[in-house]
Design a protein around this ligand. Sequence first.
Ligand code: ATP
Length: 680
Amino acid sequence: MSKKKKSNLANNNKGGSTPPKRNWVMVTIYTVAILVLGSMLLRQDSKASSNKIRWDKLEPILVKHHYSKIVVVNQEFCEVYIKPSIIRKDSAYKDLVVKNLMNQPIPNAGFYRYEFVTFENFEKDLARVEEKTGERIDLTPEKRTNAWREILVLFGPIFIIIIFFVIMNRITQRQMGGGSGGIFSVGKSTAKMYDGKTPTNVTFKDVAGLEGAKDEVMEVVDFLKNPKRYTNLGGKIPKGVLLVGPPGTGKTLLAKAVAGEANVPFFSMSGSDFVEMFVGVGASRVRDLFEEAKKKSPCIIFIDEIDAVGRARGRAGLSNANDERENTLNQLLTEMDGFSSGTNIIVLAATNRAEILDPALLRAGRFDRQIHVELPSLEERKAIFDVHLRKLKLNKDNTSEEYVDRDFLAKQTPGFSGADIANVCNEAALCAARKDHKSIGRQDFLDAVDRIVGGLEKRGKVLTDVEKRTVAFHESGHASVSWLLEGADPLVKVTIVPRGQALGAAWYLPDERQLTTYEQMFDKMTSLMAGRAAEEIFFGKVGTGALSDIERATKMAQSMVVYYGMSPELGNVSFYDSTGQADMTFTKPFSEKTAEIIDKEVRRMVEEAYARAKQIISDHRSQMEQLAGQLFDKEVLFREDLERIYGPRVGEQVAEAVAEQIPAEDTPALESDTNLPNID
Ligand code: ATP
């Protein structure tokens, strides 16, 4: 790798890095030091313990006067030196004979070590021997220190503390992505830096669709490249741009593409990277990040998932646990104020939840520009499929049924995000591989879509005939009522093959509406209650399978009454709190009496929807039986099957006539109606 290329690498090792070789040298030095110290101590000890004797062996030595001298060490033990002439003569002392390299015995080398319990006891024992022999036994006292042990006692704890810090440092370093300085640089920013020439491997070509967002982001890049063009007229370059949108819509991808295209330094960091276990680290990292950025101006700072630090302040409740996050946010606010628009730093941030961000962050002069990255439309989905299909081995035979047509795939995936589409492509490849296909076919994609929407197919889940028939009528109820009510979503597919947690499922294409009327919401509630209504009409009893339907219908009624002011009893009042402050209070924003009215109204709405669903099903009894019968046999039915039974859907004849002139408009979310299996 050339020198130039090396300098272009993502700069994550600020402050210089320690070469691995040096680390090894240090590790070797530590190990050798520990081994030497340990072995010396051991040697001392082993030497001391080798010739230990007890009193019964020492007493005859003293009585026979075989010793030359007795040295009392530190009043802890004594060393009894045996006369060399006796060692040579008397085989009882052969354990004291030490031989040199020429295998000749070395004289004067042997002594025994005797450890007494107390020196006073030892003196008494000696006195007894003196009395017996009539000879005085001379003792030579000696004070001895073990230098190594002293060193260990003195420096051991310091050594352990140093090792502890070295290990902590290494761990912190590793957690921070390998940057040098470890624990001492914990307050340094961990942002990855792309210096404009570094390839991020992502360009705008990899970001399909999102034309509006791409244009806006390109404008940001242009601000940095040609600031004069804007400032000449007295305008100011924006400081912050917020990418807002549902998960997986390509916000991070877009930011990466900016890095790839901008040709200016690009600092990338995630909101959660600011948060560390140490207090004050977040704020310090923000400071450091902006300092680094100022040095490299003009440049872009990208903070992904900014809600991790940018959540509205004062939401800590009683615990004050959010102090650290608030400090970090305050620092971010200060820094964004701190640089003048002449500094040419633009902060790009991404979040799924702009509504929970602190208002101070969104005010003019900070993240005042918001780029909305929405779920892709039909055309955008086609483009995203193009990007991801490029890498796959597809069935290219357009005469075959298995031919993969991206237009068809895009139509089958309304409401899917870019990440979902990438997942479908991957899942399809896995499906094909599982079946040993040579290339990926249309059915593999359909299976992948089903699996992503409804979960894993569970053919192994055995239903009794009665259960299967109940599920067939339940799902036919949903399918029929949603087909017959204009405000409900049209059906795409209905199945009684168990998938994930559901025993059956009906999938719809919701209309892309900006405004929803009371009638449309009520139609939806009616189709949700239709599953249970069908069970009651055809079997005379209801089961637990409708849990999720009832839950959704109840929540819908609640929102109609409490938020949208759609209850005639309650009138046009809304208890919705867009500031989120109400979450922190324990009290309800309404009186007990109002709570009773809410309960009554919610119950009335759900019951009315249920009665209406029962009425519709009773009016179409024979068609319902036909549909449920087909579903029981085939297990999967599509909208064409419904059309054959019920005729074209209400309001769709008109829509079709208009569609001939206008290109087909897209519909957003594919909703799956998942019914939980029997739950007690
Ligand atoms: P989140 O908010 O959850 O972080 P995000 O909006 O940042 O999600 P990305 O991480 O950018 O989503 O997207 C995830 C993956 O989805 C990308 O790596 C890419 O494969 C795919 N993807 C999303 N949008 C697009 C697109 N417009 N074109 C091509 N691929 C896309």
